[in-house]
Design a protein. Structure first.
Length: 215
């Protein structure tokens, strides 16, 4: 009979399994990710991962939960260094891009995998996704409150989210050109969006938007 594991041992194995799963996903995609492969890379028996995760879907849920949590934390930490809502928004936008490009596999796993049951039933994954969503819309709400933007903050947040996500995915898939690279298209996208949402002219804010997306 397997000995009883301590909470620290359980957490340590789960973290290492998540790291390995993310590595396999980056190399082989979700179809190539198997519990047997995870076990092999961890140097344990093929059944050991099932002591910590019910199945592959549960493992994916754990990886995505961690990724969404780290994603939201990165944006929050960056925004704390800013001044007003505009500066915080730009800082959060830069942190979004940095996370996506530094942790490309985690980012793609967050948004390209569909787990309807897990997202509906797993409270930790639900909370992590909502945390990330709230972090992205918080700064828009502040900009509306300050009279810089006008409109529904949550809707505006989704618009910016859709824009930056599309830009990031195009960059990750190598679809930009030398003439129209990620930075140039991103700046023009945010310039146009910001112009549409501004309540009145804010030259200083419009200048900042080219260095990060307000959300």
């Amino acid at each position: 009979m397997p000995r009883e594991l301590s909470p620290l041992e359980i957490n340590d194995f789960r973290e290492r399994a998540c790291d390995v799963a993310l590595q396999i996903f980056s190399e082989k995609g979700v179809q190539g990710l198997t519990m047997r492969e995870v076990a092999a890379r961890l140097g344990v028996s093929s059944m050991t991962p099932y002591r910590y995760f019910k199945d592959k879907d549960a493992l994916l849920t754990a990886v995505r939960t961690r990724a969404f949590t780290d994603f939201a934390k990165a944006m929050e930490e960056a925004a704390k260094k800013g001044g007003g809502a505009g500066a915080q928004s730009a800082a959060a936008g830069k942190a979004y891009e940095a996370f996506a490009f530094m942790h490309a596999a985690a980012y793609q796993l967050m948004f390209t995998i569909t787990q309807k049951d897990a997202e509906a039933k797993d409270p930790r994954l639900q909370m992590a996704i909502e945390h990330a969503r709230a972090t992205m819309s918080y700064h828009v709400a502040q900009l509306v409150k300050e009279g810089v933007f006008e409109g529904d903050p949550e809707l505006i947040g989704y618009v910016y989210w859709a824009a930056i996500h599309g830009l990031v995915m195009l960059e990750l898939s190598g679809k930009f050109t030398h003439r129209y690279d990620f930075k140039k298209v991103r700046n023009e996208t945010f310039r146009a969006l910001t112009q549409g949402f501004l309540k009145r002219p804010h030259a200083s804010f419009r200048q900042r938007v080219v260095t990060g997306s307000p959300r």
